[in-house]
Design a protein around this ligand. Structure first.
Ligand code: GDP
Length: 413
């Protein structure tokens, strides 16, 4: 089989979850812009990149229209799985949460945690989805980073830990302090696409020290050597600190919090870095539990390319060019296009004729898929969402999705 450009370790299957109006669409669009442009900071093309994007946006809009969109950032493949933000779509939310490995929770830095975010957050807790949080709209009147983080504690009972601090807010939102690398990032153009790094400004020194202390004390226990260095007052290596933050995040012990303004292009590249640095690859996750049909024997399905092929259909869409697309999350094994598979829920043979990765602006046809992939396939005529597709001697059905009673919600806006 041909080698794929990115390894499983460098794959991130993520969702972006938010209360309606917090900026999920804008954040996703900006992510697709930066990843699609292969944007190089400090290159002479910066001005043109911005122009191109403006033109492009005017022409057709870079909007996520697919159930899953593949993007690339710093050698990593980031699959963004669409997560509905409304309580009414609880079943859909649960289904998408089940197939993603990590999430970015977007909040409005002025409003903080809002009612609908609580529901989605609890669902993400239920599926143990590691998260990072993005306090968006730092440019908005009344934006308050620390107060918004406070609402994550009071309303979500979360354990947020700032890994950044804003420099200014509202129209004076000028930059971000990176508490891991201990440097200040400042924007140098109106569009927010260019920035430089500098030292931490004097007036923020005390606040930064306090926040850094809070960050380190939250994660040092996950790395003994880091803890020793910290106790001895030594300098902490950036990579070690990042690894400890990652570990604490994957274990669900903390939610690292970043800030920015998607609307003004501010803070998106650091957010992409954080997705790569702190959210899990498919290999970091525990196995999913399936059941062997007829025997009711439980079986653990590991993200192993050489294991038996097991996937779950999580969304069906009609594509204007390709027809019926079934989105699969592959949990184990690999599969070539043209293969016959079994829908184990229905005990039905189906054929997968084409395999596609959906990008923001194109479909990429591939010859094979493997554990960890999120892929759109053509040819599954009788498969519905939630059903298991397998190719093994034993008929594995993934653990049944248990949906809670429908919630009758009264929107308190
Ligand atoms: P969604 O409902 O979560 O998908 O939110 P949208 O991305 O559609 O954004 C909702 C509204 O907030 C739109 O009018 C956006 O232009 C606006 N918005 C998004 N990001 C920002 C931001 O960073 N700052 C400000 N001031 N407004 C924003």
């Amino acid at each position: 089989m041909k080698e794929r450009a990115t390894t499983l370790e460098k794959t991130r299957n993520i969702g972006i979850m938010a209360h309606i109006d917090a900026g999920k669409t804008t954040t996703t669009e900006r992510i697709l812009f930066y990843t699609g442009k292969n944007y190089k900071l400090g290159s002479v093309d910066e001005g043109t990149a911005t122009m191109d994007w403006m033109d492009q946006e005017k022409e057709r809009g870079i909007t996520i229209t697919s159930a899953a969109t593949t993007a690339f950032w710093k050698d990593h493949r980031i699959n963004i799985i669409d997560t509905p933000g409304h309580v009414d779509f609880t079943v859909e939310v649960e289904r998408s949460l089940r197939v993603l490995d990590g999430a970015v929770a977007v909040f409005d830095a002025q409003a903080g945690v809002e009612p609908q975010s609580e529901t989605v957050w609890r669902q993400a807790d239920k599926y143990h989805v590691p998260r990072i949080a993005f306090m968006n709209k730092m440019d908005k009147i009344g934006a308050d980073f620390l107060a918004a983080i406070g609402t994550m504690v009071t309303k979500l009972k979360a354990n947020p830990v700032a890994i950044q601090l804003p420099i200014g807010s509202e129209s004076g939102f000028e930059g971000i302090i990176d508490l891991v690398q201990m440097k200040a990032l400042r924007w140098t153009n109106q569009e927010g696409t260019e920035f430089t790094y500098s030292n931490i400004p004097e007036f923020l020194q005390a606040q930064v020290e306090e926040a850094r202390e809070d960050l380190v004390t939250h994660v040092a226990e996950f790395d003994e050597e880091l803890m020793d260095l910290y106790i001895e007052g030594e300098e902490l290596p950036v990579d070690r600190l990042k690894a400890a933050i990652r570990k604490a995040t994957l274990l669900g012990q903390i939610t690292p919090v970043l800030c920015g303004s998607a609307f003004r292009n501010k803070g998106i590249q650091p957010l992409l870095d954080a997705i790569v640095d702190y959210l899990p690859s498919p290999k970091d996750l525990p196995p999913v539990v399936g059941e062997i049909i007829d025997s009711e024997r439980k079986i653990e399905v590991y993200p192993d390319e050489n294991g038996p092929f097991v996937a779950m259909a999580f969304k069906i869409m009609i594509d204007p060019f390709v027809g019926k697309l079934t989105f699969l999350r592959v949990y184990s094994g690999s599969l070539e296009k043209g293969a016959y598979v079994i829908n184990t829920n229905k005990n039905l043979k189906e054929r997968i004729s084409r395999l596609l990765f959906m990008h923001a602006d194109k479909r990429e046809e591939v010859d094979y898929i493997r554990a960890g992939d999120i892929v759109a396939v053509v040819g599954l005529k009788n498969t519905m969402t939630g059903e298991t597709i397998a190719l093994s001697e034993e008929k594995i059905v993934l653990e049944k999705i248990e949906f809670p009673e429908p919630v009758i919600s009264i929107a308190i806006e």
